[in-house]
Ligand binder design. Structure first.
Ligand SMILES: *Cc1c(COP(=O)(O)O)cnc(C)c1O
Length: 423
């Protein structure tokens, strides 16, 4: 499509956009009385208006029913989380029984390591990307130390090539083959948080499985953003948070995927709690643990319903719209944003560079040559919410649920003004 950097053109794209009506379903912060241009849905998604009702329902049930709410409310709390599995399975390309919602992301990664990182004298290495998200690095390092192993020997990071800003799939698969039968686990972010790259999860999973390793994915930046087929790709496990592209609220619950070949097993190493034992006999309070037949076997505690309720509200919206429609709009709006960026760059003599490769989702990471923090601050003052990463990178993620093409046009105007007033 031939794009144009004009208000008319952007407004026409909005008029044709089947998702444009969802913009009104979200609360926007305001600057000078105007809705902000929100580029940080990759960090904390906006609040859907309908979420309030989901919370209010729980509060009302708690007030009116108290303990009876566990079994007798409209959406009983004891199996409230089961309502999330089917819609969430569609978002991540899994079978319903392979998905569960519990805890938070880093906690779930630790719990999944208990099951899927079982180092032996020979097979003990973990492959990850260089400069993984800090929490993932801390998680991996502490797991390795917990097993009494050396972090330097056990953790192998795949680097980018000199002068390049992205990972090459062939470098990752070559490293997997090189480590071979010493490789216990591959654990990588499916969409990198810094450069926005979408890794080739199908090929990397296949490579890891073929040398006999377990393969897990951190999908914090992937879920609700790109097409996922966790079951077909044959990944062993995955985990994600729900507050980024899935709009479930700050610090909210995490989802997990466990491939069906690991389900319904009593002998799998796992940390267990009463919410993972069979529903039918749970309240007989027996000493033996009888695992739920689905991914719920990894559940520990009765769930924080006030935190799962917003995730259910969010999933209802994903059900209505579907990932295909979101991905179609996402591609178009990111392409348009890229076009606007190049146009502004031309008019301002090339002051920045997009470091996100073509394999991308919602996010464009932009390196600001010589502009830096003052430009970022100018954007914030003018109602453009981006985020800043050292050194000199802003990340722009126009979430397709609520960002408009007009936002992209207006952003271009503000950016140009900011660069020109700065130089
Ligand atoms: C956002 C993010 C996290 C956050 O972890 P929490 O446990 O939810 O605080 C972890 N890993 C990655 C890759 C992320 O992008």
């Amino acid at each position: 499509m031939q794009f144009e950097n004009t208000l008319d053109f952007a407004q026409n794209l909005d008029a044709e956009d089947p998702l444009s009506k969802y913009r009104d379903e979200f609360h926007f912060p305001k600057v000078d009385g105007k809705k902000v241009i929100y580029f940080t849905g990759n960090s904390l998604g906006l609040q859907p208006k309908r979420t309030q009702t989901y919370i209010d329902d729980v509060m009302t049930d708690w007030a009116a029913l108290a303990v009876e709410g566990h079994f007798n409310s409209d959406k009983p709390w004891w199996d409230y989380h089961e309502r999330l599995a089917a819609p969430l399975a569609k978002v991540v390309g899994a079978k319903t029984e392979e998905v569960s919602v519990m805890n938070t992301l880093t906690v779930n990664l630790h719990l999944l390591m208990v099951s899927f990182y079982r180092p032996t004298a020979k097979r003990f290495k973990i492959l990850c990307e260089e400069k993984a998200f800090p929490s993932d690095q801390y998680m991996l390092q502490s797991q390795v130390r917990y097993h009494g192993l050396s972090v330097e020997e056990a953790i192998v990071e795949v680097k980018k090539r000199d002068g390049e800003n992205y990972w090459r799939t062939e470098d990752i698969t070559a490293k997997i083959e090189e480590i071979g039968d010493e490789l216990a686990l591959v654990l990588i972010g499916g969409v990198n948080y810094y450069n926005g790259q979408v890794l080739d999860m199908a090929v990397i999973t296949q490579a890891g499985k073929s040398v006999g390793a377990n393969v897990g994915w951190d999908l914090a930046h992937a879920v609700g953003n790109v097409a996922l087929k966790l079951h077909d790709w044959n990944a062993d496990f995955a985990a994600w948070c729900s507050y980024k592209y899935m709009n479930s609220g700050p610090g909210n619950a995490s989802g997990v995927f466990i491939h069906e070949r690991h389900l319904n097993k009593k002998d799998i190493p796992r940390f267990e709690g009463w919410w993972g034992t069979k529903k039918e006999t749970r309240f007989l309070m027996k000493p033996e643990f009888e695992p739920m037949e689905n991914a719920d076997a990894w559940q520990l505690s009765n769930l924080p319903i006030l935190s799962v309720a917003p995730y259910l509200a969010s999933l209802e919206m994903f059900e209505e719209v579907g990932m295909n429609a979101l991905i179609t709009k996402r591609k178009k709006i990111v392409d348009y944003l890229e076009f606007i960026l190049h146009d502004v760059d031309k008019e301002t003599d090339g002051t920045f560079e997009i470091i996100t490769p073509k394999d991308r989702g919602c996010q464009l990471s932009v390196f600001l040559h010589g502009q830096g923090k003052p430009l970022f601050d100018f954007l914030m003052r003018n109602g453009v919410i981006t985020d800043w990463r050292e050194p000199n990178v802003i990340r722009l993620a126009p979430a397709p649920f609520y960002c408009s093409f007009e936002d992209m046009f207006r952003f271009g105007q503000i950016l140009k003004e900011g660069i020109q007033s700065n130089t």
